[in-house]
Design a protein around this ligand. Structure first.
Ligand code: C5P
Length: 238
């Protein structure tokens, strides 16, 4: 049985491989993320096909960042694709403009707080203010919510602190950086299991390689879904 708390990142090079993977996953998966890597190789066409022909939910991960007028126009353009989630960077002017562009559509705007691949040294290089990265993530989430974000993307490690923010009431937390117990980490450094992420307050978990690169993707997805429904998913910080 599918469960839309699991979002599978279709991180494959082109539309044909995306179609094949979605076919293999069949009814076990109901929500897909399509990212920048597929934008020039049919990503939007695949999004349309999965939505219109198969009734899947779609998260388009574009991580937009620009001046307000450009963001508003770009986001308004994306509303023609009947998407469920769209990401922008969490800077308040970007989030507010994205919400204007999405007005009248059902598309939710998710704010990226700080890219999880960046550490303090990278932030120093970007001239981002000093301080603990986790604290900055939580502060940026609060500001994104104040600017109107429907949700934020965060590591599962910050999910509990974001969930505790008064501003997070009724908003979504979506966490990549999730690995089932015993899975390879790839380039993700600060991972948690799907059950831990849900227990920490995530509404959706995004999983890519542990499913896309599995010898049997359907079996991998089914195992993760079972873990998300396990009793551990109800115990914060287990
Ligand atoms: O393969 P893996 O499960 O690590 O894939 C996670 C997905 O989530 C990828 O599509 C990646 O781009 C995305 N993502 C992430 N960290 C963020 C934002 C998005 O890993 N901060």
């Amino acid at each position: 049985m599918s469960d839309d708390r699991l979002i599978v990142a279709l991180d494959v090079p082109n539309i044909l491989l995306g179609q094949r993977l979605a076919q293999e996953l069949g009814n076990s998966v109901s929500f897909y993320k399509i990212g920048l890597g597929m934008l020039t190789t049919g990503g939007l066409a695949l999004a349309n096909e999965l939505k219109q022909e198969q009734g899947k939910r779609i998260f388009l991960d574009m991580k937009l960042f620009d001046i307000p007028n450009t963001i508003e126009n770009a986001v308004r353009g994306f509303t023609q694709f009947d998407l469920d989630f769209l990401t922008v960077h969490g800077d308040p002017h970007v989030v507010a403009a994205a919400k204007q562009g999405a007005a009248g559509s059902g598309m939710k705007i998710l704010a990226v707080t700080i890219l999880t691949a960046l550490d303090r040294q990278d932030l120093d290089n970007c001239l981002i203010q000093p301080g603990d990265v986790s604290d900055l993530v939580v502060e940026r989430a609060a500001r994104a919510f104040e600017a109107g974000a429907d949700g934020v993307i965060s590591s599962p490690h910050e999910a509990a602190a974001i969930r505790a923010l008064p501003e997070a009431e009724g908003r979504l937390i979506v966490t990549p950086g999730v690995r089932p117990a015993g899975a390879e980490l790839g380039d993700q450094k600060r991972v948690m299991t799907p059950a831990q992420a849900i227990a920490n307050g995530a509404d959706h978990v995004v999983v890519g390689r542990p499913i896309c690169k599995a010898p049997d993707p359907m079996e991998a997805a089914t195992r993760i879904l079972a873990e998300m429904r396990s009793p551990q998913a109800l115990q914060p910080n287990h």
